[in-house]
Design a protein. Structure first.
Length: 156
């Protein structure tokens, strides 16, 4: 999350600003894809395209990791693909706004891993940002449920 204090603004902050609206577009696009295609095929094609595209910039800075780290990297890859599969399957069976709400559940886990693994302390701005994101997710979920109920009652 970008800090409201207006501190240093660099490539990481620009990446975050590009990433946020991109994630907002990805949910509805994946939902549309799952209406006409299999969820596992979507994951396969996404990885088939993204791996070669990721290799290109990696070639400029790549160094081989130590052999001891490879099992962890393989495990990370397995969990990443499984997570992607469950996310796309979630989009296939649920409304995109509901699936994205559950996607925000990553936030507390990220904070916990950051604290336990990297010793990162949670400051007040992290809590403020987390509360804003959580409140927005609850609001959207509640609003979508209310709209769905109104649509059902008007159809009866």
């Amino acid at each position: 999350m970008l800090r409201p204090s207006g501190g240093v603004f660099g490539p990481g902050q620009i990446a975050a600003l590009v990433w946020a609206p991109s994630m907002g577009l990805i949910g509805p696009l994946i939902k549309q894809l799952t209406e006409s295609d299999d969820a596992d095929r979507i994951v396969f094609i996404t990885n088939l395209v993204s791996v070669p595209l990721s290799i290109i910039p990696a070639l400029w800075v790549w160094t081989w990791p130590p052999l001891a780290v490879w099992p962890q990297l393989v495990l990370l890859g397995v969990f990443a693909v499984l997570g992607h599969m469950t996310l796309v399957r979630g989009f296939a069976i649920a409304d995109a706004s509901l699936a994205m709400t559950f996607n925000f559940s990553r936030l507390p886990f990220s904070v916990l891993v950051g604290y336990l693994v990297f010793g990162e302390l949670i400051d007040v701005w992290t809590w403020v940002g987390a509360i804003v994101i959580f409140a927005a997710s609850v609001f959207v979920t509640h609003r979508e449920a209310r709209l769905a109920r109104n649509t059902l009652s008007s159809q009866e």
